[in-house]
Design a binder for this molecule. Structure first.
Ligand code: FES
Length: 115
């Protein structure tokens, strides 16, 4: 694969890291991808290969059934498992209107469903 093709198919995921009491910071991870791969594919690869401490919630993995992978992707609310990767920088953040737990995980349970 040529250098041009390689650069064209690399997503640079700029991910919000840390907990609610920590100053906001971002870390960027490069992920070479193939057509059809999702943001969740990249996040799972980062956890498995680069940083096992990355907190991200998901369950059904691309069945779009559990809705647990909801987050902010490039400033819009979306599901990581159904959002395709694209070349260049992608901003990945937790939901802004929910209590932050850590990294990309927020408290999404309704109050009457919490233990
Ligand atoms: S992982 Fe279940 S909807 Fe995305």
């Amino acid at each position: 694969m040529s250098e041009t093709q390689s650069a064209k198919n690399t997503a640079n995921l700029k991910i919000r890291r840390g907990g609610p009491e920590q100053p906001e910071r971002h870390e960027t991870f490069d992920f070479p991808f193939e057509d059809g791969q999702s943001v969740l594919d990249a996040l799972r690869w980062i956890r498995g290969n680069k940083d096992a401490s990355l907190a991200v919630r998901y369950s059904c993995i691309s069945a779009n059934a559990c809705k647990e992978c909801v987050m902010r992707i490039d400033g819009r609310t979306g599901y990581a498992c159904t959002t395709p990767l694209r070349a260049g920088e992608m901003l990945i953040e937790p939901l802004p209107n929910k209590r932050l737990i850590r990294d990309l995980v927020t408290d999404t349970l309704p109050p009457d469903e919490r233990l």
